[in-house]
Write a protein that binds this ligand. Structure first.
Ligand code: ADP
Length: 263
């Protein structure tokens, strides 16, 4: 024997990865189970609210009893919203991605949102096309999911402005040095109360809410959709007050390379 060769291998990363995979499998099993339970709760809820509605019509009850029935209907509605949101989060529908330009989707979503009857009369939405070049870049995304994310950001912005104000929606394109990719960003700014320090780290956590009737699933679902599109969703406070949410989705490279090879 003239010597020994000793080989040291750092297995920390491997072990961390294994633990992460196990945790992911565990979470996915819990997710599936809770989604199945939530789904099963929907049918009896529909029977409860349907029966109460029927009783209310048939019996024409006095004021006090009517109020109690209204409480049942309202609470069933609330549970339904929670379950719908939860199922949306736990079992996101199949993503149908296409190469799409964002400005039409944004303009249409803003148009529908402005006409939403539940939107307070003191809230305005301004689609700002003056800042930066109107982006013609295309992204590879599911238009319905992009609309869902934007809608959620608009709804949150409106709910944050109890005293009214203007929501500003902008679009821009930028190059990210870290990922070396081009992105299209949709920016939603509001004039609401802003994001307190204790809220910021929890924003995208499921079930985190500061609202009495919130489910805390809106931003968690948005975040999940955006990450599945290899994009980012970030939130910050504006120096002039209010919050700013930025949704960035990578530009559809296949279109870029097609253009490059055509020219
Ligand atoms: P929900 O709307 O049901 O509360 P979300 O996940 O959409 O659930 O939002 C989580 C929390 O993030 C809200 O309860 C609120 O505290 C905060 N938040 C979201 N958007 C804004 C905003 N534009 N301004 C201030 N706070 C916000």
């Amino acid at each position: 024997v003239t010597g020994h060769i000793l080989i040291f291998q750092d297995v920390t990363e491997l072990k961390t990865m294994r633990a992460a995979i196990l945790r992911q499998e565990h979470l996915s099993a819990i997710g599936k189970l809770s989604a199945a339970i939530a789904h099963e709760i929907r049918n009896p809820l529909a029977s409860i609210s349907g029966s109460i509605e029927m009783l209310r019509m048939l019996l024409d009850p006095p004021e006090d009893e009517r109020k109690l029935m209204e409480i049942v209907i309202r609470e069933v509605d609330r549970l339904n919203t929670l379950i719908e949101d939860f199922l949306d989060y736990a079992r996101p529908g199949q993503s149908r991605r296409i190469s799409m330009a964002t400005h039409e989707m944004v303009a249409e979503t803003v148009r529908i949102f402005e006409r939403d009857p539940t939107l307070g009369a003191n809230i305005a939405v301004s689609l700002d096309e003056s800042i930066g070049p109107r982006t013609e870049e295309r992204i590879y995304a599911d238009p319905a999911q992009m609309q869902q994310v934007l809608w959620n950001l608009l709804r949150n912005a409106a709910e944050a402005m109890r005293d009214g104000g203007t929501i500003i929606v902008r679009q821009s394109a930028h190059h990210d040095l870290r990922t070396d990719r081009n992105y299209v960003s949709l920016i939603v700014e509001d004039e609401g109360q802003g994001l307190p320090d204790e809220v910021l780290p929890n924003l995208f956590e499921p079930f985190f809410t500061t609202k009495n009737n919130g489910t805390g699933l809106g931003l968690a679902t948005c975040h999940r959709i955006v990450v599945a599109h290899k994009g980012h969703l970030s939130a910050s406070n504006r120096s002039e007050g209010g919050a700013r949410f930025i949704l960035s989705i990578p530009v559809d490279d296949t279109v870029q390379s097609r253009v490059a090879s055509d020219s």
